[in-house]
Design a protein around this ligand. Structure first.
Ligand code: TPP
Ligand code: MG
Length: 428
């Protein structure tokens, strides 16, 4: 650096580059992660303005305590039947994930993404929302579909891009689209679903409808511009939308610090937009339910949007294409201070005398068998890579309402060439 440069006597500028606390081989110690006691966070009335409870964006709403009891003002007081139904959905999600992960490793599909450790985030939300509230998920909310009772075979057909795949193999495996379950098409382009959810919510309000929208993205995805445009529109028009930020600590191999987690919480993003912000224990199915129901009530009574940060942990790799052993300590998942969401809900049901270990083991077996049977049924429709399962010309369908002339020309040319080549899969 030339010493005659103006300001050369000032201390040099430097950048701060975040670094995760634990790397492969490190011993994990999460004692610095603040975990306030269950039942401590206050629950404001849904009619209060967002500015009256900004403290909740830095707190952590928790309902289930260490003894498996539901405590405090956020306890949603659900019936044992509802709790058991939530547990069943979460267990089904986990069994589905296991089975499809293995199917990918067996070469039956190209790609899969698990949500292990995050099952409560989607399942509890599905229970707290109305079935026709519109969901704009990321790729890790398969629990919404499962909790809404959607067909596992239909989901697997999509994963296998087989002849039963309603999307005709046009989407990457797991990028479902289910209009009948009010589940918007998943996009691989992170956070595009956020402005879409706001647009849908604004349209719902503009039409005088009563349905609300809910969107999900990961903590890493909050760094996308779309997240911020969505917050602005939602705030300005008080759109009836719930923004869920699933803070599972990792965005593929980048830790949450690269999305700003060291500076503040993700729930606190809401404050700058004048949006209600809540930070919730994402591994506590009752806290997620209560927060979602509260945010839904705000939306339905025209109090505007709520941003919920679900504080959780991504137990498995980002996807089947990832190897987390390369960048994080293997000890993180078991050291995670908020435990396992399935175990916590199960322990709660046992603690209140509404469940037991024997029933749980029997249910695990029954669900594993149900998922296995669904897989068999889906595989009868074919698996990825075993030939062409859809008519080749369907490649051109479903993009435009009316196919433009240049695509019609290309389609015709392709079919003519395929027919001339005599290839058996030209047309089924
Ligand atoms: C616009 C865009 N940028 C980058 C990617 C590549 N990508 C796919 S998933 C992912 C990580 C997202 O992490 P996060 O938002 O925390 O969600 P999580 O996977 O943890 O659920 C990245 C960078 C992409 N799909 N789209
Ligand atoms: Mg993440």
């Amino acid at each position: 650096m030339p010493s005659d440069r103006p300001g050369a006597n000032l201390p040099p500028l430097s950048l701060y580059v975040p670094e995760p606390r634990f790397r492969p081989g490190d011993t994990v110690d999460f004692t610095e992660v603040p975990v306030p006691p269950a039942g401590q966070a206050r629950r404001p009335d849904t009619a209060e303005p967002a500015s009256a409870f900004t403290d909740l964006a830095y707190d952590l709403v928790r309902v289930l305590d260490a003894d498996g009891q539901a405590v405090g003002p956020w306890n949603p007081r659900l019936s044992p039947d509802t709790l058991r139904a939530m547990l069943r959905s979460m267990v089904t999600v986990r069994a589905f994930d296991e089975r499809m992960f293995r199917a990918q490793r067996q070469g039956k599909t190209s790609f899969y993404m698990k949500c292990t450790g995050e099952e409560a985030v989607a399942v509890s939300a599905a229970f707290a929302l109305d079935r026709d509230d519109m969901c704009f998920p990321s790729y890790r909310q398969q629990g919404l579909l499962i909790a809404r009772g959607w067909s596992l075979v239909d989901m697997m057909n999509q994963i296998y891009s087989n002849k039963g795949d309603r999307l005709q193999g046009k989407q990457l495996p797991i990028m479902y689209s289910v209009r009948d379950a009010s589940f918007f098409s998943i996009s691989g382009n992170l956070t595009t679903q956020y402005p879409q959810a706001v647009g849908w919510a604004m349209a719902s309000a503009a039409k005088g409808d009563t349905r609300i929208a809910a969107a999900w993205c990961g903590e890493g995805s909050t760094a996308e511009g779309d997240f911020h445009s969505a917050c602005t529109f939602a705030s300005v028009y008080r759109a009836p939308v719930i923004f869920n930020v699933v803070n599972n600590q990792w965005a593929i191999s980048s830790f949450s610090g690269f999305a700003g987690a060291e500076a503040t919480t993700f729930a606190a993003r809401a404050i700058g937009y004048g949006i209600a912000g809540l930070r919730v224990d994402g591994n506590d199915a009752l806290a997620v339910y209560a927060a979602t129901a509260w945010a839904a009530e705000r939306a339905r009574t025209n109090q505007g949007p709520t941003l919920i940060e679900h504080f959780t942990y991504r137990v498995e790799g980002h996807s089947t294409s990832d190897d987390p052993g390369q960048y994080r300590s293997a000890g993180e998942a078991s050291a995670w201070p908020l435990g396992d969401p399935v175990t916590r809900l199960k322990d709660h049901l046992i603690a209140i005398g509404e469940w037991d270990e024997e029933r749980h083991i029997a249910q695990d077996k029954e669900i594993a068998e149900m998922v296995r049977a669904a897989q068999k049924e889906a595989e009868a429709n074919g698996i990825l890579g075993h030939g062409l399962h859809q008519p080749l010309d369907s490649l051109f369908d479903g993009v435009f309402e009316e196919m433009p002339w240049h695509l019609r020309e290309q389609q015709a040319q392709m079919l003519a060439e395929e027919t001339a080549s005599g290839r058996p899969w030209a047309r089924k």
